[in-house]
Write a protein that binds this ligand. Structure first.
Ligand SMILES: O=P(O)(O)OC[C@H]1O[C@@H](O)[C@H](O)[C@@H](O)[C@@H]1O
Length: 248
């Protein structure tokens, strides 16, 4: 799995370059981070801090502090908590969009199902961000996809039949979910992506894209994503959604 933080902006949903600037900056490790509110003993964590450089304020004229807490649970669960605070001293609010750009490794994209997004509205990046409604079935993949699902539930499951493994995403503060696979043609056109790699990956991204987050000075936003891999409850063609969503 590969994770990139796409902030302060998402893809072309803003005025900055694709995916904004937070994802290709150097972050500082906070050597003395605030403690975990609960279960501290069960988690290893690191806090990374990003503050704008002078160069950054030329392209985005705001002051902020972005604290990313990366925590690992005893069972291998990964928790990512982003806190973004407006530290402007000029009294000005700012707005941003956000996504955890999570690439999941799958056995075969044609065999994968995503549950939790059926019947929802989405904006289709491949059709000028037009709004459509998803059908009632779990998502399956047979061509390029680049969609932003809106008002999504807090849990989404990626079910990999072949590996008998399910990735469970639990999110908070992130209403949208991006689903992306470039498929063959676009994969060939991407310099940093192998021609056949699209067969073994799927991006499902916890995001806040449709409605930008706005913060006044002193205000803080929090967006949380928890990822776990559990043995699939898929068995003899039958899926028990209750078990998948409970992550058991
Ligand atoms: O910059 P990256 O990591 O190649 O991202 C690629 C894709 O990321 C997806 O999240 C976007 O919805 C796509 O539009 C975009 O092409």
């Amino acid at each position: 799995m590969v994770i990139a933080i796409r902030s302060l902006q998402f893809a072309s949903h803003g005025t900055l370059d694709q995916h904004g600037f937070a994802r290709n900056r150097f972050w500082a490790v906070d050597e003395d981070p605030p403690p975990f509110p609960t279960n501290t003993l069960n988690k290893a964590f690191v806090d990374l801090i990003l503050k704008p450089s002078e160069e950054d304020t030329k392209i985005w004229p705001h002051s902020f502090e972005y604290r990313l807490r990366i925590a690992l649970g005893p069972g291998g669960d990964l928790m990512l908590t982003s806190r973004i605070r407006n530290t402007n001293s000029d009294g000005k609010p700012f707005s941003f969009t956000f996504a955890y750009h999570t690439y999941f490794s799958v056995s075969d994209i044609s065999e994968v199902r995503v549950e939790g997004l059926e019947t929802l509205d989405y904006l289709d990046n491949l059709q000028n961000k037009e709004r459509f409604t998803e059908q009632g079935d779990a998502l399956t993949f047979e061509s390029e996809v680049d969609k932003i699902y809106l008002s999504t539930p807090t849990k989404i499951a990626i079910i990999d039949h072949e590996k008998k493994r399910t990735f469970v995403l639990r999110k908070d503060g992130l209403p949208d979910a991006v689903v992306w696979n470039p498929w063959d043609k676009k994969a060939k056109a991407m310099a940093d992506f192998g021609d056949d790699e699209y067969k073994h990956m799927l991006c499902v991204e916890a995001a806040a894209v449709e409605k930008a987050v706005t913060l006044k000075p002193g205000e803080e936003w929090k967006g949380r994503l928890e990822l776990s891999a559990v043995p699939s409850s898929y068995c003899s063609g039958q899926l028990d959604p209750q078990r998948v969503l409970q992550g058991s």
